[in-house]
Structures are given as structure tokens and as C-alpha cells.
Design a protein around this ligand. Structure first.
Ligand code: NAD
Ligand code: UDP
Length: 320
């Protein structure tokens, strides 16, 4: 008997890759999305498959699923700072009410649920690299608070359902991930830089570019999610690539990759932009035997080929 899994945020960047992975592993996959930041093109190749179903639904409204349900992956949520600043209330609601609805569904069905948390729960971290035992440094009333606090509440309610209702829960703290199917104009740094390089524009580094991030290729992340879902550990687990780079160096890497001869220009740093970020993945290594396999050079090359293959219209479509 095939296992049945519900994936929320299925039409988004990560959700669509998860749909592919679980279909390939022989699961029956139900994708759910309200398309607020997602795109059906990311999953249209799955529509003809008998084991794939899609529901256009907002998970902040009651979520009903008939029949057997074995697993839930809750990935619905705006994820780019520019998105969650534009739709702050929906961001809070999907992390809070959406998560609550899906935990209720998991309890009702006896399903195991994995929720997508984030390195943003560490805020602008004062501990480096970030371990799961660090409680973070978040400004609740700053512009990023709508995302960070929604995710912190998500972790708290998920742990409460585990402790008080005995629901099988998993929490993944995802660090910056990239790859094909990111939206070219979603404002995140990698699509922003590659888009600018392809359009012949200067690359916009925010602040002096000394802030750091650590970028993980999507296939590595999906492998980590797959392993965590099938583990028996309910605490939060960092999944990310520890290879850390400053944003200025990252812009230089993109210029080299694309062969573009534009300049780097500097714009104001957004409020509360974290100064440093690097996952400590000791726990994931020990618990899941997981570590990233794709280095930035390989991952960026694949992602660049994807962006180059897009239609010219997409390249010039301005969303923000
Ligand atoms: P994305 O914007 O590409 O995908 C999110 C999807 O959720 C979209 O398809 C959107 O339409 C859908 N969605 C949003 N609100 C919804 C609602 N109320 N009901 C139903 N669907 C809804 O973003 P992504 O990068 O794929 O991120 C997916 C998840 O992973 C998010 O929960 C995000 O917080 C988390 N995450 C991502 C990263 C990253 O680097 N990509 C890092 C940390 C955490
Ligand atoms: N950033 C930048 N130029 C851009 C977009 C982003 O310098 O055009 C910076 C941003 O200020 C941050 C880093 O790149 O320091 C990563 O930003 P992103 O929005 O991708 O993710 P997050 O801040 O959530 O890690």
C-alpha cells in the first residue's frame, strides 16, 4: 500500500522539489497551495500522474483531507523578505493558523508532520555558527518580525502538539537554499544578482556587503528533509551548507559565473538584516548521517543554466 503525503506550499520553490522527490520515492502526493507566491508551472509536469493531486487552498482556512494520510510537510509560507514585507499579515497567519490547522489534521489522521522552520528563528545571531541550542536574537516588532515570530510560534505549537497530544512532529531549521524554480524577481539575493547579470544591470549589494550567508543547493536540502522525516527525532534540526561567504564576495562570484562586466553598486542595508549566518550541522550529521554534497560552484552553474533557459518576458517581469 502506497503512503500518502500532503505537501503544503507545493507550487513554490521548495514544495515543488519535494513533490518531485516523494513521487519518485513511490508516494501518493497531495500538493496544496493558494499560489500567493507560488507558480503552477513548477508542478505542471506532475498533473498527468495518477499519484499526484493538487488542491488550490489557503491553509489558514480549515484543511480537510478525505481518506488515509500518513505524512504532512508544511512548507506553505512566503519566504523572501520582500514577499513577507509585502504580505505581513498573511505571513503571520500561515505560520500560526496554518500550522495549527495542519497539526490538527495530523492529530486527526495519526499522520507524522514535518514543519519548515528557518535560520531566521536565530534573528541577527550573537552565537556563530548557529547551533540548535541557541535561542536567537529576534526583534519582534521590526519588519522581519512577522516572519521570524511566526516561525518561532510555529516551532512552539508544533512542540506542544508533540508533548501534549503525542503527535509525531519534526522541525527543520532551513538555512538559505537556492536552485532552479526560484522566482527570478522574488528579491532574494541569488535570483536578484543573476537577474541583474542577465539584464546587463549593475549588481545591488545591500550595506557594505560584509554580512555573510551560507548557501545550500536544493537537492541537498531535500535529502536532509527526507531523512529527518523518517528519523525519530522531534527537536529542531539545522539543515544548511556551512560554506559561508560575504555578500560582496558572492556578487563577485556571480559576475565571474555569468561573465558579465557590470559593476557592483551599494544600496542601504534593510532594517534588521542579519550580519552573519552559518549553520552548525553537527546534529544533522550525527542523527541523519547527512551533509551537503553539492558545492557552490556546481550548484550555481546548474541554477544559472535554469535562469538562462527562462523566457525573456520572465527576465524583465518586475514584481516589486
Ligand atoms: P516560496 O514562496 O517559493 O513557496 C511558498 C509556497 O507557499 C508558495 O507556493 C505560496 O503560494 C504558498 N503559500 C503561502 N501561503 C499559503 C497559504 N496560506 N496557503 C497555501 N499556500 C500558501 O518559498 P520557498 O523558498 O519554497 O519556501 C518554502 C518554505 O520553506 C517556507 O515555509 C519557508 O519559510 C521555508 N524556508 C525556505 C528557505 C529558503 O531558503 N528557500 C529558508 C528557510 C525556510
Ligand atoms: N541582498 C543584497 N542585494 C540584493 C538582495 C539581497 O545585497 O539585491 C542581501 C541582503 O541584504 C542579505 C543577503 O543578501 O544580507 C541575503 O538576502 P536574502 O533576501 O536572499 O535572504 P535573507 O536575508 O533572508 O537571508
Amino acid at each position: 500500500m502506497k503512503k500518502r503525503i500532503l505537501i503544503t506550499g507545493a507550487a513554490g520553490f521548495l514544495g515543488s522539489h519535494l513533490c518531485d522527490r516523494f513521487i519518485n520515492e513511490g508516494y501518493k502526493v497531495m500538493g496544496m497551495d493558494n499560489l500567493i507566491t507560488g507558480n503552477l508551472q513548477n508542478i505542471e509536469h506532475l498533473f498527468s500522474l495518477p499519484d499526484f493531486e493538487f488542491y488550490h487552498h489557503d491553509v489558514t482556512k480549515f484543511v480537510h483531507v478525505s481518506g488515509q494520510l500518513d505524512y504532512i510537510l508544511h512548507f506553505a509560507s512566503p519566504a523572501s523578505p520582500i514577499d513577507y514585507l509585502k504580505i505581513p499579515i498573511q505571513t503571520l497567519k500561515v505560520g500560526a493558523h496554518g500550522t495549527h490547522n495542519l497539526l490538527g489534521l495530523a492529530k486527526d489522521k495519526g499522520a507524522r508532520i514535518l514543519v519548515a522552520s528557518t535560520s531566521e528563528v536565530y534573528g541577527d545571531p550573537t552565537v556563530h555558527p548557529q547551533t540548535e541550542s541557541y535561542w536567537g536574537n529576534v526583534n519582534p516588532v521590526g519588519p522581519r518580525g512577522v516572519y521570524d515570530e511566526a516561525k518561532r510560534y510555529q516551532e512552539a505549537i508544533t512542540m506542544a502538539y508533540h508533548t501534549y497530544h503525542g503527535v509525531e512532529t519534526r522541525i527543520i531549521r532551513i538555512f538559505n537554499t537556492y536552485g532552479p524554480r526560484m522566482r527570478l524577481n522574488d528579491g532574494r539575493v541569488l535570483p536578484a544578482f543573476i537577474g541583474q547579470a542577465l539584464r546587463g544591470e549593475d549588481l545591488t549589494v545591500f550595506g557594505d556587503g560584509s554580512q555573510t550567508r551560507s548557501f545550500c543547493y536544493v537537492d541537498d536540502l531535500v535529502e536532509g528533509i527526507y531523512r529527518l522525516l523518517h528519523s525519530n527525532y522531534a527537536g529542531p534540526v539545522n539543515i544548511g551548507n556551512p560554506s559561508e561567504i560575504t555578500i560582496r564576495e558572492f556578487a563577485e562570484e556571480i559576475l565571474k559565473l555569468t561573465g558579465a562586466n557590470q559593476k557592483i553598486i551599494y544600496k542601504p542595508l534593510p532594517t534588521d538584516d542579519p550580519k552573519q549566518r552559518q549553520p552548525d550541522i553537527t546534529l544533522a550529521k550525527k542523527l541523519l548521517g547527512w551533509e551537503p554534497k553539492v558545492d557552490r560552484k556546481q550548484g550555481l552553474q546548474i541554477t544559472y543554466e535554469y535562469f538562462k533557459s527562462l523566457k525573456m518576458d520572465d527576465l524583465y517581469k518586475k514584481e516589486h
